[in-house]
Design a protein around this ligand. Structure first.
Ligand code: C5P
Length: 233
């Protein structure tokens, strides 16, 4: 079974838009990330359709609520057959533990990862919330909480992947956005890494949006990124 490390972000407002891309992609070379926009537009049946077409899906809904509600949502997501889902570590230890228990056991269970601090948040934004801890230390603290709750890894910048991996034992999943193949447009991403740099820094999976979704030939873009990833191994 292939284990593709490229997670293509389906950042689209409707299933029809996503389909135009998905039709051109190969499930042995990439997985798909469905976030709040597409999920709100197209719903769980669309996620099931992607799975039926052979794609493994990362459901990026970043659950954050009381433990019971998050656990129930995780259970439903697991029943949908998603490969991976995520929650906000700021929901706290009890929420993380409840989410972890809800996804079940066994090799077929969905992977469960945590978001620590949104990269859109700067120190001043945290200060407005009454959080004075340096952002890097807070990220590390929350990753530690997630690791102790039994989660499988974190979404983080590739720069943080190496240091944070220790919280998840040997097999932690370090899922990193902000990836731009050499020569690709940065768009609104500020601190970017190439796929090879990300792998060398400890990423286990890379989230790639526009370098694939806006490519003239998305399949070729995925192939090139996959080849770069392999060469960096
Ligand atoms: O188009 P691009 O490659 O920048 O898309 C990256 C994807 O990763 C988007 O879905 C974006 O929301 C997501 N993401 C991110 N940075 C984070 C967390 C998620 O770019 N810190």
């Amino acid at each position: 079974m292939s284990d593709p490390r490229i997670l293509v972000a389906l950042d689209y407002p409707a299933a029809a838009d996503a389909d135009r891309l998905v039709e051109r992609l190969d499930p042995s070379l990439c997985r798909l990330k469905v976030g709040k926009e597409l999920f709100t537009a197209a719903g769980p049946r669309y996620v099931e359709q992607l799975a039926a077409r052979g794609f493994e899906v990362f459901l990026d809904l970043k659950f954050h609520d009381i433990p019971n509600t998050v656990a129930s949502a995780c259970r439903v997501a697991a029943d949908l057959g998603v490969w991976m889902l995520n929650v906000h570590a700021l929901g706290g230890r009890r929420m993380l533990e409840a989410a972890r228990e809800a996804v079940g056991e066994g090799a077929e269970r969905p992977r469960l990862i945590a978001v620590t601090v949104l990269t859109s948040m700067e120190q001043a934004d945290l200060g407005e919330l009454g959080i004075t801890e340096p952002v890097g230390e807070l990220v590390d603290r929350l990753a530690g909480l997630a690791g102790r709750a039994g989660l499988d890894g974190v979404v983080c910048s590739a720069r943080e992947a190496g240091p944070l991996a220790r919280h998840f034992g040997g097999g932690g999943l370090m899922v990193t956005p902000g990836i731009r193949p050499a020569g690709a447009a940065r768009g609104d991403q500020r601190r970017v890494m190439t796929p090879a740099e990300a792998r060398a820094a400890g990423s286990t999976h890379i989230v790639v949006g526009r370098p694939v979704t806006r490519a003239e030939d998305p399949a070729a873009a995925v192939e090139a990124i996959a080849a770069e990833w392999e060469r960096a191994g």
